[in-house]
Ligand binder design. Structure first.
Ligand code: SAH
Ligand code: SF4
Ligand code: F3S
Length: 463
């Protein structure tokens, strides 16, 4: 059956790496003459870019495939991309025989050939690189979805093999891009009007420049100095590779955002050892102390897994005590989910589901109170906010501060500021997950996003 209808629908699950991969896949499809549509019903080709980090994430794609399988009879074709594709491989064809293409992220560079096979009517096409691949997916056709803020992948894959995690199997080994190619992309984005760049990697700070020119901190600095770029973020950092010069770079380069996401996973050294995280509670807290000692306040966020095999009440209390000690601004907490191929699936002393659920709830309640107090401390501050959305019904504008906090605010002016513009906002109220405020200067100059913070002395006057 030939694919005549060159329209596609894509849905993306999972992390920012997947979101950005989809932008590259979309760009490639558009370049190959496909047209994007908004629903499965309108599309000739339906693509799911999948995530396998927890069982629930994996199930989503099989639910979707099941919901829409009848469309296959109408000549529509299905493609499964991403981490479930790489993990399950050809088994997907057995479970969902109407799928035509299965490809892991390391094979997207072969997408044009795979599409040609699809168009020629081939029924089962696979792109499944093993962990040995050195290949990365770079394309000039990236179709970024936001015209102001964009991602750049600087390192792909993972060599850490934490005992619970699928990523080293689904994303292959660690491979970095050269600093010159990253910088060329950053400059290109700045020329196209982007002001906010997010550097991505499963472990972004494990970056190793293949040309040997720059360390991760030097690359951060260089991206932060690209003319026109006002904000640079990076995610996710691994504690094991978190070096002091990253903090120094944030201190020295105003465009580097005042925020570090540093997943700890557990506050118990025993659990960390069984997780194969290769650091102790004390090692982690030493890195936190570096960040807290910085010349400007840096907000901290983390990921936690509760109910890892063998986690007892004492271990869990150590995690709560760590939250108390670090005072994070956000915590992403998950119940441990056993994953295929990982060493933790065969570990003894699994924690019962009801205990996991209770611990997760206790942790979230505990953290909520920490955040409630911490967010309140920002009341009265003046923060720079990048406008990300308008809520016309409530007359509110929403954006994010350099510390990555959501700020909902009003301007007092009848015209809404443009998306992507930067405003100074006085914080007037706080909730556990967001701040409330009022813009203090709102005129054309203040909203001019082409200026660089290093050459604009910010003048403040209350309107
Ligand atoms: N490379 C990053 C994390 C990437 S995965 C790091 O090492 O910090 C994102 C988060 O998903 C992890 O930080 C972890 O908290 C969570 N996660 C990964 N595998 C999981 C599993 N099997 N069950 C529950 N949560 C998991
Ligand atoms: Fe997974 Fe660990 Fe690699 Fe993070 S460092 S992606 S948690 S294996
Ligand atoms: Fe999910 Fe793969 Fe990202 S498993 S979290 S989409 S790396």
């Amino acid at each position: 059956m030939a694919l005549l209808d060159k329209t596609f629908y894509i849905e993306t699950f999972g992390c920012q790496m997947n979101v950005h991969d989809s932008e590259k896949v979309i760009g490639t499809l558009l370049h190959e003459g496909y047209r994007r549509v908004d629903t499965e019903m309108e599309a000739g080709l339906i693509l799911y870019n999948t995530c396998s980090i927890r069982d629930k994430a994996e199930q989503k794609v099989f639910n979707r495939l099941n919901d829409y399988k009848a469309l296959h009879k109408k000549g529509k074709r299905f493609a499964v991309l991403g981490c479930v594709a790489q993990q399950e491989g050809e088994k997907i064809f057995e479970r969902a025989p109407y799928v035509s293409l299965v490809s892991g992220s390391a094979s997207y560079r072969k997408l044009p050939e795979m599409l040609a096979q699809l168009e020629a009517g081939t029924e089962r096409i696979t792109g499944l690189d093993d962990r040995q691949t050195e290949e990365a997916f770079e394309t000039e056709f990236t179709a970024r979805s936001n015209p102001h803020r964009g991602y750049i992948t600087i390192i792909e894959g993972c060599d850490k093999f934490c005992a619970y995690c699928v990523v080293p199997y689904t994303r292959g080994k660690e491979r970095s891009r050269t600093s010159s190619s990253v910088l060329a992309e950053a400059r290109h984005m700045a020329d196209a009007g982007y002001t906010d760049i997010q550097l991505l990697g499963q472990n972004v700070n494990s970056y190793k420049d293949p040309s040997g020119k720059m360390s991760f901190a030097e690359l951060l600095t260089a991206v932060g100095q690209v003319h026109g770029i006002r904000r640079v973020r990076f995610t996710t950092s691994h504690p094991r590779d978190f070096t002091r010069d990253i903090v120094e770079a944030i201190e020295n380069v105003p465009t580097l955002c005042d925020h570090v996401h540093l997943p700890v996973q557990s506050g118990s050294t025993d659990v960390l050892r069984r997780m194969q995280r290769e650091y102790t509670r004390e090692w982690y807290l030493e890195r936190i102390a570096w960040i807290r000692a910085a010349r400007r306040p840096i907000s901290l966020t983390t990921d936690i897994i509760v109910g890892f095999p063998g986690e007892n009440e004492r271990d869990f209390e150590q995690t709560l005590a760590l939250l108390e000690q670090v005072q994070y601004d956000a915590v992403f907490a998950f119940k441990y989910s056993p994953r295929p191929n990982t060493p933790a699936v065969s570990m003894e002393e699994s924690v019962p589901e009801d205990v996991k659920t209770a611990r997760l709830q206790q942790l979230l309640d505990y953290q909520r109170e920490i955040q409630r107090a911490n967010y309140l401390k920002h009341v009265g501050e003046l923060v720079e906010v990048m406008v990300e959305g308008h809520n016309r019904a409530r007359g509110q504008i929403s954006g994010r501060s350099s510390q990555n906090m959501v700020v909902n605010f009003t301007t007092g002016a009848p015209i809404l500021p443009a998306l992507g513009s930067y405003l100074n906002v006085r914080i007037t109220g706080a909730f556990p997950n967001s701040l409330l405020g009022e813009a203090v200067v709102w005129n054309a100059a203040a909203a001019d996003r082409s200026r660089h913070p290093m050459d604009v002395p910010v003048k403040i006057s209350v309107v």
